[in-house]
Design a binder for this molecule. Structure first.
Ligand SMILES: [Zn+2]
Length: 403
């Protein structure tokens, strides 16, 4: 037992990742939550010599389900961004560590990295297993798969026929926590659409999914646009990442097949909010607004239909900062009309459940990865950006405020 990590927290209100609770006393020992009791038991525990601390609102550490750790989202100069990618691997690895540190300081205790071709994020994942490293935990997608001469070279390797897909996926599954498949390119903002054909048809994508599942890995599909979404659903991937140009028909199929969605508003919202960064015309800004509004309407429909929702920011993309972007993405979910409980669930327990975590919610036995706020976000959403305390496996880390 590590006595320094044994303490009690008396809180006015808390959220376990799925349910809201009133005033309670939570006991933490050896890095884990060991007990929860209704009401204020602080005096009795203090009399037993236990350190007792108080706070307004406690919740599980946030999960950003879609990040690119070695990219720095605060950089908005396209030339600087492409120069960054050409730096040596040790420089990119240090950038990834800085991102994981920044995420943790904002209360994001777990990130899912959506891919890299250098193995950087596997390395940071391994380093982050030691809570004393001060890094957010990492679920690492590693190298994805794509078609030759198509989008995604910075995060994926080329595959060809069914045999090569099977071989690549089996090989990648040894070190990667998930298999990422690049189904489509990115949105052509000037055209206001996804203009390329999907990289894989449903049969080829299905080969990748089957190989991944045989190796015990889930599949995340980078995918936007009607054609790509149809391929993703038919192939039976486990999450659709981005999923712009979603439709109700696709959402119904996703619900029926328990396929999760990570809508990643942040990078598109940045392009709309600061069009000068990419030099967009007024017409393109109009496209961006239309795309964001449709995305919000589909997110609302997804929630109403009961589609499993994760919350991911695509941090590392232009204008999308690690850690802080989670609060922007939360704002997009709230603007779309989702209730706070659903939003916080998407940002905590839903992701842990999807990742098959041993403890999806903050219940006795769970590692104490948690966030304390000075006010309840159920009373005022702005509380999420305010003063906070963050714990990783019972260790308090130095928290940062978020603008
Ligand atoms: Zn991404």
């Amino acid at each position: 037992m590590n006595g320094e990590q044994d303490f009690a927290l008396v809180v006015d209100e808390w959220f376990d990742g799925e349910q809201r609770h009133g005033a309670a006393t939570l006991r933490v020992a050896d890095g884990r939550l060991v007990g929860t009791h209704a009401g204020d038991q602080g005096a009795a525990l203090a009399a037993q010599g236990l350190a007792v601390q108080r706070g307004a609102f406690l919740m599980p550490g946030l999960v950003d389900a879609h990040v690119h750790l070695f990219l720095d989202g605060r950089s908005t100069d396209p030339a600087a961004r492409s120069a960054h990618l050409k730096q040596p691997v040790d420089v990119l690895t240090e950038a990834a560590r800085a991102s994981a540190r920044q995420a943790l300081a904002c209360g994001v205790t777990l990130v899912r990295d959506a891919g890299d071709r250098h193995g950087i994020n596997h390395r940071v994942r391994d380093e982050a297993r030691d809570a004393a490293a001060g890094l957010a935990r990492v679920r690492s997608g590693g190298l994805g798969i794509k078609r030759a001469r198509r989008y995604g070279a910075f995060m994926a390797t080329d595959v060809d026929d069914a045999d090569s897909i099977r071989r690549s996926v089996a090989e990648l599954a040894r070190a990667s926590d998930e298999i990422k498949i690049i189904l489509t390119g990115i949105i052509d903002f000037d055209a206001g659409a996804v203009t390329d054909e999907p990289q894989f048809d449903a049969a080829a994508a299905g080969v990748a999914v089957q190989a991944a599942h045989e190796a015990g890995r889930k599949v995340m599909a980078h995918c936007s646009g009607e054609k790509g979404l149809r391929v993703a659903v038919a192939a039976g991937v486990d999450t659709i990442e981005h999923g712009f140009f979603m439709s109700r028909d696709i959402l119904l199929q996703m619900r029926d097949r328990d396929l999760a969605w990570t809508p990643t508003f942040c990078p598109v919202h940045f392009q709309w909010a600061e069009p000068q960064a990419a030099g967009w015309s007024a017409q393109t800004v109009g496209h961006l607004r239309r795309i964001l509004d449709a995305h919000a309407a589909q997110l609302h429909a997804a929630h109403a239909l009961g589609v499993r929702l994760l919350l991911g920011t695509d941090a590392g993309s232009m204008g999308v900062a690690h850690g802080g972007a989670v609060f922007d993405e939360i704002d997009r979910y709230l603007e779309a009309g989702l209730p706070m409980a659903a939003v916080l669930q998407a940002a905590t327990a839903a992701a842990r459940r999807h990742f098959d975590a041993a403890h999806a919610t903050l219940r006795p036995g769970a590692p104490f990865d948690a966030l304390m706020l000075a006010r309840s976000p159920f009373a005022d959403a702005r509380a999420l950006r305010g003063a906070r305390r963050v714990w990783l496996q019972g260790h308090e880390v130095t928290a940062a405020a978020t603008p």
